[in-house]
Design a protein around this ligand. Sequence first.
Ligand SMILES: [Fe+2]
Length: 392
Amino acid sequence: MAMNYKCMNPFEFTLPTKIVYGPGCVGKLAEEIAAIGGRKPLVITDPGIVKAGIVAIITDFLDQSDIEYAVFDGVEANPKDVNAEAAAKIARQEGADFLIAVGGGSPIDCAKAVGVLLAHNAEFIKPYEGKTAATLPNPPLITIPTTSGTGSEITFSSVITDTKNKYKMTVKSPYTAATTAICDPELTISVPPAVTAATGVDALTHSIEGFTATCSEPIGDAAALYSIELIAGNLLRAYRDGSDLEARSNMLMASMLGGISFSHSDVASVHCIAEALGSMYDLPHGTCNAIFLPFVMEYNMLYCIDRYARVAAALGITFDTEEEGAAKAVEYVKQLTKDVELPTFASLDPDPTDFPALAEMAYKNGSNGSNPRPMETADYEALLKIVYEAGI
Ligand SMILES: [Fe+2]
């Protein structure tokens, strides 16, 4: 197989987050708080995680260890700038000296933005958009993921919706990654099938986009391929039987490895479209990725046949030529999104008159340049139409 392994390319790789992993490891929370020297946390979460009883598990551990805390449970889906600003206000009022994020990508991304606000003693997050604006170390952050998809527990990125301008901005710096990620697969058992499906395909998208991005590098590539292999063997299992702890554990590992891949490489055009849709219609991120992943793969095909063939091999597909493998990888992804019963684009009821604006937003996304095949605004608009009319 004639793959470019990119080992001649210079790169840097930093993973500052301590990973504590394994079923039941959330029991080490107090130990990890002592290790970072934390006194009083603000627990950042959302109402769904409270309702699922997971926040109570965390606060029970804090109570048992006589650790004082405050809770902010107002994080919305596609976390908003106003959520982070409200949480930072509470953190200041409560005298919190560190943060604990509990939930999927939304509370974790929000907590990173709260850290930036606290570090810079700032009221608004907008000035910290981009990769260079946040220049001071965040307060310590412990991330406790409850879904397998985002990878946010170990990435530097915080994707926040700018509510005034209705678009998703990325806040990222060397200081935004968590201090410690406590990754306990038992906390993902109660995730409903539809969320398991959407978040699982989000993880797959991270690994495929991370592996094929123009800026990919070998360590992230290795993580991506193992992640894809784990997803192939476990997403359907976790979707069909949420209580399957082995499948849940493998998916949590897959999502973390996907996070390692894309945060050291990048995401690409699937995320550019998904983030535009998320900002305009407040749709679930993973669902938007799932709809567009196979179509963007088809669009990219000729530019990364060797890499898609490696994706096919990781998915467990057998093939004779790279062309055949790459084509089979696209078909596999299409079938997988059907098997986990993700909705069609048309069923989400997008307004076709919005497509030019969505295309423009996708084109302007900071990750557009990382797509293996260049995409202009017109290409995004054409793709939106194709997927809308395909009805699958
Ligand atoms: Fe994502």
